[in-house]
Design a protein around this ligand. Structure first.
Ligand SMILES: NC(=O)c1ccc[n+]([C@@H]2O[C@H](COP(=O)([O-])OP(=O)(O)OC[C@H]3O[C@@H](n4cnc5c(N)ncnc54)[C@H](O)[C@@H]3O)[C@@H](O)[C@H]2O)c1
Ligand SMILES: [Zn+2]
Length: 361
């Protein structure tokens, strides 16, 4: 923690690395923290977080070559949208040593980051996440991309932002449902990677729900560090990075079976974790006590809309997980909180059985 009360968290390895700045008031130091080799910036911002975009505008003044808003509906996270962003940057005279700034949730950082990856074969970019999920997950680790009619996030690139500015005070205006879905992703990270912080966060769910600054900073910092450590080991998603998919095997299927409308991503992941906890009890030795703690914490973040449980409807979506390789989709289980296991032997039928009985009260 620096004197100003902000944390500096490095993510990734040399040549492919980001610096995350986390803390209330980080956006008051935008001018000092945003990175551009030329000193010039192009801003692409969600209309939903005007205060965050305004602090970037105020700090950069005349160094801002372009100032655009971005449609941040999930349905607008397309190759066309990335192309339009790149085209606007070219029309504005962008050069190789300029940098983009993306202000918004995961939709904006994914699509603007991808535009930065393809623009002139890669220009620098900065992320200013404005959602809980964005700060804990989407803006961290260098994955950028867009959706395709055949599936979510099927087109993309590894292109880490140079700097990530995460200021939890920006979350004050986020709708409750989005905030709670984001908390699920943040807890997911500490459940796989930091048992001490997980225990603390579980006790602080009421404070996290009401967006208490200190509770949020602690959990977000922990989640970012867990992701940073895993990404440093496996930047290109060849092995250990799979651990971050705890709760996502069934979660993705639930999300898809609901037409991406019934459940927020984080809500689907909450149900997916509930199922993974059941399977972890049987196959990985997770204790009844720790399983109960995880389910109680998820219930306290909820309620979440009821998931699809019909095996006939879920089965096709379990079979086409994007992470599937010739070897199939490995399950991420917990032997204990903080001790994840990759189990290649879990079948689709076991997920369907767990989906039929999982419960969050
Ligand atoms: N690249 C990655 O590693 C990664 C990881 C996880 C998720 N993602 C992607 O992130 C996307 C989801 O991102 P998200 O959960 O941040 O949601 P989001 O970007 O869809 O934003 C959620 C909603 O909050 C609004 N909003 C954003 N900031 C706000 C604020 N400060 N105040 C009020 N409203 C605000 C948005 O307009 C939107 O309606 C998905 O497309 C997912 O694929 C990417
Ligand atoms: Zn996720």
């Amino acid at each position: 923690v620096t004197p100003a009360g902000r944390e500096r968290i490095p993510v990734g390895r040399d040549g492919e690395s980001s610096v995350v700045w986390l803390g209330t008031g980080v956006l008051e130091s935008t001018e000092e923290l945003l990175v551009s080799p030329s000193g010039r910036f192009l801003l692409f911002a969600t209309p939903a977080a005007p205060a965050a975009a305004d602090s970037v505008r105020r700090a950069l003044g005349k160094r801002l070559l372009l100032d655009r808003t971005v449609d941040d509906r999930e349905s607008a996270k397309t190759l066309d949208a990335a192309g339009a962003i790149a085209a606007e940057a070219l029309a504005a005279g962008v050069r190789r040593d300029d940098a983009l700034v993306a202000v918004g949730g995961g939709v904006v950082t994914d699509v603007v980051g991808f535009a930065a990856a393809i623009l002139l074969r890669g220009v620098a970019w900065n992320a200013v996440p404005t959602t809980t999920a964005g700060m804990a997950d989407a803006a961290i680790g260098g994955k950028t991309g867009v959706n395709h009619p055949l599936g979510k996030n099927l087109l993309g690139a590894f292109h880490p932002p140079a700097a990530v500015l995460a200021d939890p005070s920006v979350l004050a205006t986020l709708p409750d449902r989005d905030h709670r879905a984001g908390l699920v992703e943040a807890l997911k990270a500490v459940w796989i990677g930091n048992a001490d912080l997980a225990a603390r966060a579980e006790r602080e769910i009421p404070a996290l729900r009401r967006r208490d600054a200190e509770a949020l900073r602690e959990l977000l910092g922990g989640a970012i560090r867990v992701k940073a450590a895993i990404v440093a080991d496996d930047p290109r998603d060849a092995s250990r990075r799979q651990l971050l998919n705890f709760g996502h095997t069934l979660g993705h299927a639930l999300e898809a079976a609901g037409g991406f409308a019934a459940l927020r991503h984080g809500e689907a992941v909450a149900w997916g974790i509930a199922a993974a906890v059941e399977i972890s009890r049987r196959r990985a030795g997770l204790s009844a006590d720790e399983a109960g703690r995880i389910l109680a914490a998820l219930s306290a973040i909820g309620p979440f809309p009821p998931p699809e449980r019909d095996p006939g409807r879920l089965r096709p979506f379990l079979a086409m997980d994007k992470k599937a390789t010739a070897r199939g989709t490995a399950a991420i289980l917990l032997a204990a909180i903080g001790s994840p296991r990759i189990d290649p032997a879990v079948t689709a039928e076991e997920w369907l059985d767990a989906a039929a009985i999982m419960s969050l009260s």
